[in-house]
Ligand binder design. Structure first.
Ligand code: DGL
Length: 267
């Protein structure tokens, strides 16, 4: 094995693996550490200050232990809340965040009707509202908060099937018909959702463009890391860390399938 710099990917669960898939293609020479804060899943349901406090404390431990060259917050719910606070708390650490792709959706829509499908947390954030004001003022944006989709995606990853009626119910509000026009773009503003994309396509009332940001995040990571020298070269395997210490065996198997050694709990 070669000595490699480390990129740490972070999510509340296994959704961030959708970003890892893309990032590994562009950054194969980096070691991946994947951290799932599954003890606190779902992030979408947390009260903001409590989640922020939890994340700052957890990242203090993770940075000290893994000394990553770059941290990719592969979670919209976490990024829209905490990316600025994390940058302030750890000014020497490079971060890439994941935020709803409202700007590209506003540029691409033909009908002028765009929906943003996200967790209730991301929908509530001021950060998300500011993105709409700044980039989509002339577009009709419907924010759709889903209580269940992230968990349905985890279920799907675990068992290989999902209740399609439940998926259909969760995405129904994204489809708007107004003045003879219909929604033509749905932004997938949660990293769990790309795993359900085929099911969403199947149950959607009409075809739309689904915007998945994984590749754009990977490109952002590549451009940032291209400017750096790895600071902590390690001859070690890719590692997945689950904070609960009680992760179901199917999810551990899934992480192993992605080439990770699995560890329960941060040190
Ligand atoms: N994967 C997370 C995101 O991108 C959300 C899942 C959760 O609610 O914890 O928003």
């Amino acid at each position: 094995m070669n000595s490699r710099g480390t990129i740490l990917y972070f999510d509340s669960g296994i959704g961030g693996l959708s970003v890892v898939k893309e990032a590994r293609i562009l950054l194969p020479e980096y070691r991946s550490v994947y951290v799932a804060d599954d003890a606190a899943f779902p992030y979408g349901a947390w009260e903001e200050q409590a989640l922020l406090d939890r994340m700052i404390a957890l990242f203090g431990q993770l940075i000290a232990e893994h000394r990553p060259d770059l941290i990719v917050i592969a979670c919209n719910t976490a990024s829209t809340l905490a990316i600025e606070a994390l940058r302030n708390a750890f000014p020497d650490q490079a971060f890439v965040g994941t935020v709803p792709a409202i700007k590209p959706a506003a540029e691409r829509t033909v009908s002028g009707l765009v929906s943003v499908l996200a967790t209730p947390g991301t929908v509530r954030r001021q950060y998300t509202r500011d993105l709409i004001d700044r980039y989509a003022a002339r577009v009709h944006v419907r924010l759709v908060g889903s209580e269940r989709l992230a968990a349905l995606a985890e279920d799907y990853m675990r068992r290989g099937f999902v209740d399609e009626k439940a998926v259909s119910d969760e995405i129904a509000k994204c489809f708007v018909e107004q003045d003879g026009k219909r929604t033509d773009i749905v932004v997938l503003a949660c990293t769990h959702y790309p795993f359900l994309i085929n099911r969403m396509r199947k149950v959607a009332p009409w075809p739309v463009d689904w915007i998945d940001t994984s590749e754009a995040i990977a490109r952002r990571a590549l451009s940032l890391i291209g400017e750096m020298k790895p600071s902590n070269l390690l001859d070690a395997a890719d590692l997945a860390v689950f904070t609960s210490g009680m992760t179901p065996p199917e999810l551990c198997r899934l992480a192993k399938g992605f080439g990770f050694e699995v560890r329960q709990r941060p040190q």
